[in-house]
Write a protein that binds this ligand. Structure first.
Ligand code: ADP
Ligand code: ASP
Ligand code: MG
Length: 411
């Protein structure tokens, strides 16, 4: 019997009416003879509301209790869908993360799944049940509830699909697949019918929030076929799969934009061996992920050190940087929050040169100044001012020939 895991995101379960539409789709798959495990997000906006409630309760809400609170969003939708299915006469059962056997480490707010013991779900499926699992959550060794980071229900779904050896993991969302860039920013974006895990991972890392990064890591590692599609129509979406020889290796297959980073510059620090270690060591100890780094040499044995960090970690990173600048005798710490990182991604870059030149020329044609640059084998990223982000995305989309051909559209 085919087994499918279906994950529905926040907009797809935004109210009871939409949850009923989800029930219709689940019912259809079940009646077609498939075993179905459904993984749900919280209703759209609920996780944000819970975070805001927590910040009214305390300046720095306790992380353990915050996870207990945030997990209730997914608990609500899972129970509601199971109720609707049962009221229609189907055997269904809801599972919280820990009941589904999702075992995580104990990093509140961004826990990693260590393993999944699916025996309860398997037993329920064998008895003919539709299993409805609350996404975004698990439990650590002590049985404490943990959450998996924003967008974490994608990861719950792919991890469950991998541990059940499902035939497919369908990610139902509010767009009908993965596009060449965010279709909300660029109306000329095109749907990609098949994308490799590798490219999808770069896109997720670089800001395309359609799939959470860890979900793609899981899918890649365990070879889970992922189908990203719309919960509002029946169209085929995008298959995220292993790179195959018949897959076209576009030089540039996608453009992303990430507004979630902030920039920190340590001005006039000594240009000596060991200085970078003194700066980045304490940041690493604080588990702050530094992304782009650039060092400008000045005359007189001094240098400016610039790097970016996630906005969530910015305050802590600034405090640490100020302390380090005092210790090593630098001048000051400068910061910028209004920045964006735009990136071009493509497997074909491995064998093509000149992509960076096209990118820089396109940005220059719109007078967009590049502040930082970083590259990997299959991508180039530039940090620019946030106010130019959407213009940059559209300009690059056109420059790399990704615009939808048929109709004349206006942005
Ligand atoms: P869900 O609530 O279903 O998990 P998300 O909001 O997390 O949905 O992800 C879907 C959103 O991702 C889309 O609404 C779209 O704006 C955004 N997005 C960003 N980049 C892309 C892309 N390249 N292709 C498709 N969607 C993208
Ligand atoms: N509800 C969580 C969030 O808003 C998890 C998810 O939707 O995947 O981030
Ligand atoms: Mg999401």
């Amino acid at each position: 019997m085919p087994l499918r895991v279906q994950k529905y995101g926040g907009t797809s379960v935004a109210d009871i009416h939409r949850i009923s539409r989800v029930a219709d789709r689940v019912q259809k798959a079940h009646e077609a003879g498939d075993q179905v495990v459904v993984v749900l997000s919280a209703m759209a906006g609920v996780t944000d509301k819970l975070i805001s409630l927590a910040s009214q309760a305390a300046d720095r809400p306790d992380k353990r209790e915050l996870d207990v609170l945030l997990a209730t969003g997914e608990q609500t939708t899972a129970a509601l869908l199971a109720m609707i299915l049962k009221s229609r006469g189907f055997s269904a059962r809801s599972f919280l993360g820990f009941q589904a056997g999702i075992h995580t480490d104990n990093t509140p707010g961004k826990a990693r799944i260590l393993d999944i013991d699916c025996k309860k779900i398997k037993a329920a499926l064998e008895k003919g049940n539709i299993c409805v699992v609350a996404g975004f959550q698990g439990a650590d060794d002590d049985g404490d509830i943990t959450t998996l980071g924003r967008g974490g229900s994608d990861t719950s779904a792919v991890a469950i699909a991998s541990s059940l050896n499902a035939d497919v993991c369908e990610i139902f969302t509010d767009v009908d697949g993965v596009y060449t860039t965010d279709p909300r920013i660029c109306s000329r974006a095109q749907k990609i019918s098949r994308i490799s895990y590798e490219e999808m991972l770069e896109m997720a890392v670089l800001g395309a929030k359609v799939l959470q990064i860890r979900s793609v890591e899981f899918a890649k590692k365990f070879n889970v076929p992922v189908h990203v599609r719309s919960s509002f129509n029946e169209e085929e979406g995008t298959m995220v799969i292993n790179e195959s020889s018949d897959m076209e290796s576009a030089v540039v297959s996608g453009i992303t934009c990430d507004m979630n980073e902030a920039r920190i510059t340590l001005k006039r620090v000594p240009d000596q061996p060991g200085i970078s270690a003194k700066v980045f060591g304490p940041l690493a100890d604080a588990e702050i992920m530094v992304d782009m780094i650039i060092q400008n040499t000045r005359s007189g044995g001094e240098t400016d050190l610039t790097f970016t960090v996630p906005k969530d970690d910015f305050e802590r990173a600034r405090e640490i940087s100020e302390r380090v600048v005092r210790e090593i005798g630098g001048e000051e710490v400068l910061t910028a929050m209004e920045i964006a990182k735009v990136s071009v991604i493509g497997l074909g870059m491995k064998s093509h040169s000149g992509v960076a030149a096209v990118m820089f020329k396109a940005l220059a044609s719109e007078n967009i100044n590049i502040r930082l640059i970083s590259t990997s084998e299959i991508r180039i990223s530039c940090v620019i001012l946030e106010k130019y982000a959407e213009l940059a995305v559209r300009t690059l989309h056109t420059a790399f020939g990704l615009d939808k051909k048929e109709e004349a559209v206006s942005d």
